[in-house]
Design a protein around this ligand. Structure first.
Ligand SMILES: CC(C)(COP(=O)(O)OP(=O)(O)OC[C@H]1O[C@@H](n2cnc3c(N)ncnc32)[C@H](O)[C@@H]1OP(=O)(O)O)[C@@H](O)C(=O)NCCC(=O)NCCS
Length: 168
């Protein structure tokens, strides 16, 4: 597969492209999944998200990737490595958003763990972070399960955001 990034026991991570808009809208149109984001996203905003991701691939060689079931190819969510500014420094964030019908199966943890290993082993990163709203308990649990610890609280996106971090 041309766009292949990595695989795990149950998952394949591949590059995102324009035709993923419809799949991504299952997450972006769900108010529960978007609870810790400013708003849900419409089709135009989803296309802008894909463009931002493609720009990250070009400029940084990383970005959010599409997560699919390894056997069926079913779309499950997105997970990847995203450059984010933290106190004036660009840090590499492990980001994850999954469709609600597959929450609670360990997919987010499995994908995030694979991204952590990819970042440390393939990309030779020294440190990775996750920027998480202090009330987003499911996300905090994923960060903790892959070995991250809270480092500090910053002001970003108009609110207090916890910086979870892990160093190699
Ligand atoms: C954050 C998010 C990805 C977490 O999804 P999730 O389904 O809760 O996380 P996982 O898929 O890793 O599943 C974890 C749960 O499944 C359970 N589980 C079931 N089977 C499992 C398996 N084989 N392996 C690991 N965990 C498993 C775990 O015990 C865990 O339960 P717990 O949270 O009660 O301790 C999801 O809530 C989401 O997409 N939210 C919307 C977007 C968002 O906020 N993203 C984060 C922005 S910072």
């Amino acid at each position: 597969m041309d766009n292949f990034i990595l695989s795990t026991k149950r998952l394949v991570l591949r590059k995102m492209n324009k035709v993923d808009a419809e799949r991504l809208l299952e997450i972006f149109s769900d108010p529960e999944a978007m609870r810790y984001y400013p708003t849900i996203k419409n089709e135009q905003q989803t296309i802008e998200w894909i463009d931002w991701t493609l720009d990250n691939y070009t400029k940084h060689g990383v970005g959010l990737w599409i997560v699919e079931d390894k056997v069926t190819g079913e779309f499950l969510g997105q997970c990847g490595i995203v450059p984010q500014e933290v106190d004036g420094v660009i840090e590499m964030e492990i980001g994850y958003l999954f469709v609600r019908r597959v929450w609670g199966k360990g997919y987010a943890t499995e994908a995030a763990l694979a991204c952590k290993n990819y970042g440390f082993n393939q990309l030779k990163l020294n440190k990775m972070v996750s920027l998480i709203d202090k009330n987003n308990i499911p996300s905090i649990k994923v960060a903790e399960r892959i070995g991250m610890h809270v480092e500090k609280i910053i002001h970003k996106w108009g609110k207090g955001v916890c910086v979870y971090a892990i160093s190699n």
